[in-house]
Design a protein around this ligand. Structure first.
Ligand code: NDP
Length: 332
């Protein structure tokens, strides 16, 4: 039974040395518990924040303890009447461990036949729900409006763009490779795409691809990309602050243009959110996502890395953009 612990807190970009693979005993479930075998484990940018000990909205990981996060797991032994071996469950957070015991009350069974199981970590999981509420509740998209999304080819970004299209918006996606841009245009029908790695003048690129200005900006990355988008917002624009991945490894806070004047002049609304803010409305979001997936309106692209031991490498890869869509690790 292998587990991955946080060996040391990363300074700047995480490296393989910050993690350690350990061998431990398979635990025995007590009354009311389940023994779970992890099938798919999620690696997420927010975990970088938990690797530091700075105060945030979730507790930091402890050095010497396993990392934990979203996972899909199979029940291999049940000591609770509502579960039997072979059931598949989601539970957050689970330790980065092949086998672990959990109280049966902490997990939810999922339908294992209608969609691939990894979907519960992406489009029908945390990132799909983040896109749903961050775009619809904060963005309030209306038909014909222009939505710009950064981190567009990632898990949240691909969902945001597709949900914006479902609502009749014009969608501009910003991502880091030509292959990702092709995917966004050809498969997800984004109207315009920008490669931020090769584009010389991002502010002009936004102006060129959003000739009527930006009504909604869904921000996954922060930093200079966001500065360029903010320079192009329309009156009454809405800005949904979902993530700031370009700054997660920063060791000092970079200063950019002060955007308060833009917000004021444009009567814009900017709001940050964390998906747990919507805890009570998650079933509503989930029902809609399931419906759109079944209707074929929402595609779930994912990048699957095989091998439990690849978890640290996969996580670090998020900062290099190794993934298109949701990045998950298949344990076998
Ligand atoms: P992604 O699947 O989007 O993976 C991360 C992507 O970010 C990479 O593929 C890479 O793509 C891009 N990226 C990495 N470094 C940079 C950089 N320096 N500048 C610009 N882009 C970069 O991850 P998620 O969809 O899971 O998460 C997207 C964002 O949403 C993250 O910031 C995350 O923290 C946030 N989030 C927030 C939640 C909330 O509740 N508020 C919940 C879930 C996620 P590329 O090749 O394009 O560079």
């Amino acid at each position: 039974n292998r587990q991955i612990i946080l060996k040391s807190r990363p300074v700047g970009r995480p490296t393989a040395d910050n993690f350690e693979l350990k061998e431990i005993e398979i635990p025995t479930p007590a009354e009311g518990e389940l023994l779970l075998k992890a099938l798919y484990i999620s690696v997420d940018p927010y975990m970088r924040g938990r690797m530091s000990d700075a105060k945030s909205y979730v507790e930091p990981f402890q050095v010497g303890e396993p990392i934990n996060g979203g996972a899909v797991a199979e029940v291999t032994e049940s000591r609770h009447p509502d579960f039997s071996a072979g059931d598949v469950v989601v539970s957050r957070p689970l330790a980065w461990q092949e086998y672990q015991t959990v109280p049966a009350t902490s997990v939810q069974k999922v339908d294992k036949d209608s969609v691939p199981l990894s979907y519960y970590l992406g489009i029908l999981g945390m990132t799909g729900l983040t896109a749903y509420f961050g775009l619809l509740d904060i963005g309030q998209p209306k038909k014909g409006e222009t939505v710009v999304v950064s981190g567009a080819a990632g898990a949240v970004g691909t969902a945001v763009g597709q949900i914006a299209k479902i609502h009749g918006c014009r969608v501009v996606g910003i991502a880091g490779s030509e292959e990702k841009l092709r995917y966004l245009k050809d498969e997800l029908h984004f109207d315009e795409v920008i490669n931020y790695r090769t584009e010389k003048d991002m502010e002009q690129a936004i102006a060129r691809t959003s000739p009527d200005g930006v009504d909604i900006y869904f921000d996954n990355v922060g930093g200079e990309i966001s500065d360029a988008v903010m320079a192009n917002i329309n009156k009454f624009a809405r800005i949904s602050i979902c993530g700031q991945i370009s700054l997660y490894n920063a060791t000092s806070v970079p200063t950019g243009p002060r955007i308060q004047t833009t917000i004021l002049k444009k009567s814009a609304l900017m709001k940050g959110f964390i998906i747990s803010d919507y805890a009570e409305r998650l079933p509503e979001g989930m029902a809609k996502l399931v419906e759109w997936v079944k209707e074929g309106k929402l595609k779930n692209r994912e990048t699957v890395i095989k091998g439990f031991e690849k978890l640290p490498e996969a996580f670090i890869g998020l900062f290099d953009g190794v993934n298109t869509g949701k990045l998950v690790v298949e344990t076998k």
